[in-house]
Write a protein that binds this ligand. Sequence first.
Ligand code: NZQ
Ligand code: ZN
Length: 388
Amino acid sequence: MLNFTYVNPTKIIFGKDQIQALNDELKPYQNETILLVYGQSSIKKLGIYETILAIAKSLNITVEEEAGVRPNPDLSSVLSGRKTCIDKEVKFILAAGGGSVIDCAKAIAFSATIENEDDVWPIFLNQNQATHAIPLGVVLTLAATGSESNGNAVITNDKTAEKRIAGYPFTYPKFAIIDPTYTMSVDTHYAIAGVIDITMHVLEQYFSPTTRTETSDYMSLGILKSVMENTERMRQDPNDYDTRANLSWAATVGLNWILQQGKVGDWATHRLSYPITQYFGTTHGYALTSIFIAWMRLALKYNPEIMTWRLQRLGKEIFNVSDPETVIETLKDYYQSLGAPTSLTDAKITIDDAIVDKMVDHALKLGHLGNVFTIDPDRAKELYHLAK
Ligand code: NZQ
Ligand code: ZN
């Protein structure tokens, strides 16, 4: 186990009707201007929009809006929100929605501190850095990314279609209001994609080259077990509160970095999935499962020492099987039972050498790829082809 310092500054305000906590959380911004960031329509249908405006009005807060943020949020929304923040001297940003809205809000929060608009995208290319951000808070509506309690922002450049990530300690939300009842109206496509995303965050941290990390490992496997059980319950009864509450909490702890303490995660599947979303528009969760089985097979080939016992531990705790190959097949069956693609063909994606070259190029530009085994361009090609 490795040394670590763990800080997570996000205050989690969890449960039914917790949106009323905004009365206290927004008090410091009385008589100021805030920016409300949201998506297409869900917060209006859920009554969240009206509640936020009413609370803001009672505190004499002026609310500017960045509306219509799309899944896989666009750089243009970030730049538009940034301009509003600068023009209107916005003091606080409130994101109300899923991961896309929260990521967009975080990117607005740090880009508003950057003097020139042209310097914003280079931050996502790792060519320059932000140093601070406007504070932000979250009202969460979809259990998936964990973005409500981490500093990461995943943004797509709508001109080049490149999907990239930037993350800072100062873009952790100050608070996250998580009312699981909101998640009941998410449609099946996104609810299942969300569940998959949670499992993938847990597994990308579980599959690690670091040894003797039982505490983090069993926490991860416990969360995985809860997510699997509660996904089944969600499919039987989408309106059961405790089911949604367990999934929502799993999403938050799945990527608030507690599971990765004392070890390194892998994250190659996430990085390699971004070009799939970029080129084929595949929803994040399904882009992940379309290549994850191939990743596990290659990981077992290139790092059998680690993968053998890690797959055995996972198999024993979750599926009651122990042969590593069988564990991979069992995970494949599990994702298929959710209706998720476990190959590129399943995801209705056809690739040729030319597009694979471009995908590899994009994925490797994101930086070092893989910790269980290092993925160089040849291995990335091998992985995409194996995933066909
Ligand atoms: O636009 P609205 O109307 O809000 O509709 C959204 C959207 O169409 C809808 N939705 C959200 N809450 C709803 C609802 N519909 C009905 N009822 C509700 N309560 O769901 C659709 C998808 O929303 P989105 O925010 O895109 O989903 P998700 O939370 O899965 O976020 C995905 C994005 O997060 C990034 C992904 O790459 C992707 O761009 N990620 C962010 C991470 C992070 N910041 O740590 C980590 C992840 O690995 C991931 O990369
Ligand atoms: Zn993810």
